[in-house]
Design a protein around this ligand. Structure first.
Ligand SMILES: Nc1ncnc2c1ncn2[C@@H]1O[C@H](COP(=O)(O)OP(=O)(O)OP(=O)(O)O)[C@@H](O)[C@H]1O
Length: 324
């Protein structure tokens, strides 16, 4: 069994409103092994970013978070308190969809790449941190790195800014790198280049990765295993090869049917077509299977009782349908 870097059991996140409570995550389990890359895939609103934000202590103040058990790097962890914030920027680094979220327009890239390392390497000289930063810019494919260190974020293109943010995340030598839709804001050619950089660095560093995306192609390219989320629940998870080539859950099948081929050379223009029907209101979750209202294979039992968890070929899925 892989030595887990992160284990979260039964994660719940809800927001209490005036009239009702919206249950955004409902019993999510996540395990990420050391050096492993895990993808989180699902339609918009399925709760993918909520998982990352819970991990980093970035949820809105009115969020209620609970778990049965959570551990990071061999230590028990608690959510929504200072512990999660303490991990941010040292043990866990995040690459956001919009690189400007992480960059300060007022400072040069060099200054920001040096400052980000201070907490991790408090005794290192500025010169040494500057050298590390410049070398990392070269690594992520920023040309003319020595001169670019003196430039401001607005002097970089979108793709180059995202490379800078990847460098920034890697400079703190995180144990876990979270990439939340890292290429969505980029145009197609640049997107494929950034994926290539992430893939190369993933193979070289020992960091684990959590890649959040609605693109199965991107997950197939970057990840060892995949967690498929629907409306705040995990419907199927397991090795990417198994789940994508022989999906069991009707929702995974529907997602894959919408994309052309997750194993084709990464093509960012491939996107999800819509699956008929709508996601249930998080304030009124059904008592049976959460996907039943949109499922082509549903029968009476699916509306009445939560689905059965089944394991086949190292992959687990929650559905009443018997394996063929
Ligand atoms: N403060 C909040 N109060 C109530 N609901 C919220 C709040 N923040 C987020 N949500 C809801 O949580 C749900 C999950 O959002 P989340 O951003 O995690 O989904 P996602 O799968 O990452 O979607 P996307 O792919 O669009 O980023 C959404 O329905 C969103 O409206």
């Amino acid at each position: 069994m892989t030595d887990a870097l992160l284990t979260i059991e039964d994660l719940h996140v809800s927001y209490r409103g005036h009239e009702s409570t919206a249950h955004i995550l409902d019993g999510v389990d996540i395990t990420i092994g050391r050096g492993q890359s895990v993808g989180l895939v699902g339609e918009s609103g399925s709760g993918k970013s909520t998982v990352a934000f819970a991990l980093l202590g970035l949820l809105d103040g009115n969020a209620q978070v609970s778990t049965r058990r959570a551990a990071f790097d061999g230590r028990e962890m608690r959510f929504g308190v200072d512990e999660t914030r303490a991990l941010r920027g040292t043990d866990i680094a995040m690459i956001f969809q919009d690189p400007m979220t992480a960059l300060n327009p007022m400072f040069t890239i060099g200054t920001q790449l040096v400052d980000i390392q201070r907490r991790r390497f408090p005794r290192e000289s500025r010169n040494r941190l500057w050298g590390r930063a410049q070398a990392m810019l070269v690594d992520v494919g920023v040309p003319d790195a020595a001169a670019r260190m003196h430039r401001y974020p607005h002097e970089f293109s979108g793709g180059m800014r995202q490379r800078v943010v990847i460098a920034m995340a890697l400079l703190v030598e995180p144990k876990l790198l979270i990439a939340d839709e890292p290429t969505t804001a980029l145009d197609a050619t640049i997107e494929a280049q950034v994926v290539e950089v992430l893939d190369r660095l993933r193979q070289r560093t020992s960091a684990s990765m959590l890649v959040i995306s609605h693109s199965m192609g991107l997950i197939a390219e970057l990840c060892d295993s995949v967690i498929v989320m629907y409306a705040g629940t995990v419907v199927e998870h397991g090795p990417v090869r198994v789940v994508f080539s022989r999906p069991r859950h009707p929702y995974t099948r529907a997602l894959l049917a919408c994309e052309i081929d997750p194993y084709a050379a990464f093509d960012p223009s491939q996107d999800l077509a819509t699956i008929p029907g709508t996601v249930p209101d998080p304030a009124r979750r059904p008592q049976g299977c959460i996907f039943a209202s949109r499922c082509p294979a549903r029968h009476d039992r699916c509306n009445e009782r939560p689905p059965r968890r089944q394991t086949r070929e190292g992959r687990t899925y929650s559905c009443w349908q018997e394996a063929a």
